[in-house]
Design a binder for this molecule. Structure first.
Ligand SMILES: [Fe+2]
Length: 445
């Protein structure tokens, strides 16, 4: 390999993209961990979450395993800690009891690993192995760090105490608002991808999927709409809930979205340490799948399935092809979507007109993850890559799909094909939903 081969323009572009993405993801995890003191970093703010210091060192350990040792073929930095930071070895609840690296050690460790990774990046041919093609291994690690950054943001939301995170307000809604719902035509569309270079194994391969004509809401369900469900006694009316949903509602004592509380003068919510009246025009967030499903039943509609959601987000009726994002193939900007923790809340429903799909559906990317009424299964032709534990071991489990990312999801960690999954009872995540319904024969032309 000569230096000319190593530094051809195509590969240089990949290297520059990787370097910028690594720098951005590290700036974010650093900001999230520097925002609190050491006591706070080692504390467990909820049994659902790891101490922040575990996430930080785990980010470094995954990066060491894949980029330093595997891609780089280098000597281990800290082989002795592999087990501590293996997510499959220790439940989140048990992690505070482990002999974890201290905050100072964790910061030193991730810095040391990162220095080696930049050296590996400089020397990697970025081809020859599938893991290296288009910088996939680096892209996978960037996405991993960004996913943990979103998890750390959720830990911040669970943390008690004064606000430590700050960000500007998101843009307002674009008036007039679009029509409430649009018809998505029936027929086959391309779901998933075989070509997106950093797409993960569960998004592959691209497959033709038939979807019957259906209606989907142009915006997610708002807090104001959700309040009407509360006021109508929706949480106390078994009719709207599935059997599993009602059992969970009873057992967990659900009465409202997580982080909401009722006061004399109405409902309040706490958001990253700020207590404020529930904003009626913002998409509802911190609801579990069961709550989303119950609301949908009460409203006389249903949740979209995962193929329906993806068709609404990607299908271009003019060309018949599927786009990378609702607005086209280009990477998200601040005009398209509320992503990347640029704001610390979802934008009001009807914002981001520039991010609308060809059919006029808004806010599919960013703001809130959207629950879909589908279980986690592989696409036909799925092949685990680069390891079974990324997706395969979760297929067929007690999970429901979430699509589109939230205000806490980075643009590098989501796209129209990106699939997220979680237990149907989870609501510490930035999860909301939008509604869909079948199209009656007379409504389809
Ligand atoms: Fe992880």
């Amino acid at each position: 390999m000569t230096s000319t081969d190593l530094h051809d323009p195509g590969r240089e572009a990949v290297r520059a993209r990787v370097a910028a993405a690594l720098t951005r993801s590290r700036a974010r995890s650093t900001a999230l961990t520097d925002a609190v003191d050491d006591d706070d970093l080692v504390r467990q703010h909820s049994k659902l979450m790891s101490p922040l210091v575990w996430d930080l060192a785990h980010i470094g350990n995954q990066e060491e395993l894949w980029l330093v040792r595997d891609v780089g073929g280098r000597e281990p930095v800290r082989e002795d800690i592999d087990n501590l930071y293996d997510a499959f070895q220790h439940s989140r609840a048990s992690r505070p009891g482990l002999p974890l690296l201290s905050p100072a050690e964790a910061r030193g460790y991730v810095r040391q690993v990162r220095e080696k990774v930049f050296d590996v990046l400089d020397r990697s041919p970025l081809e020859g192995r599938r893991l290296l093609q288009d910088g996939f291994a680096f892209g996978m690690i960037v996405q991993h760090e960004q996913q943990h950054a979103e998890t750390m943001l959720a830990t911040h939301q669970l943390r008690l105490g004064a606000p430590v995170l700050h960000a500007p307000e998101p843009p307002r809604a674009v008036v007039p608002l679009p029509e409430r719902e649009v018809l998505v035509p029936g027929g086959e569309f391309t779901m998933g991808t075989s070509t997106d270079p950093w797409a993960l194994d569960n998004e592959r391969p691209a497959v033709g999927v038939h979807v019957d004509a259906f209606f989907i809401d142009t915006v997610p369900v708002s807090n104001g709409e959700y309040l009407a469900f509360l006021d109508a006694g929706g949480y106390d009316d078994e009719r709207w809930w599935s059997a599993a949903g009602w059992a969970h509602r009873q057992k967990a004592g659900l009465v409202a979205p997580r982080f909401w509380e009722r006061a004399e003068d109405g409902w309040y919510r706490t958001r990253f340490g700020v207590r404020e009246p529930v904003p009626v025009d913002e998409p509802v967030v911190h609801v579990c799948f069961h709550e989303a499903q119950a609301y949908a039943a009460w409203a006389g509609k249903r949740l979209p399935t995962e193929p329906e959601w993806e068709k609404a987000a990607r299908f271009d009726p003019a060309t018949g092809r599927s786009r990378r994002f609702p607005w086209g193939d280009e990477e998200p900007t601040a005009e398209h979507a509320n992503l990347g923790q640029r704001h610390l809340r979802p934008a009001p429903v009807g914002a981001y007109a520039a991010g609308a799909s060809p059919l006029g559906v808004r806010q599919l990317m960013g703001d809130v993850w959207e629950w879909c009424d589908s279980d986690f299964h592989p696409y036909p032709g799925f092949a685990a890559f680069p390891y079974r534990e990324y997706s395969e071991v979760f297929f067929g489990g007690d999970y429901k799909m979430l699509r589109g990312g939230s205000f806490g999801t980075d643009a590098d960690a989501v796209r129209g094909t990106f699939r997220n999954w979680d237990h149907p009872i989870r609501r510490q995540i930035f999860s909301g939903f939008r509604l869909a319904r079948d199209a009656a024969p007379h409504e389809v032309r």
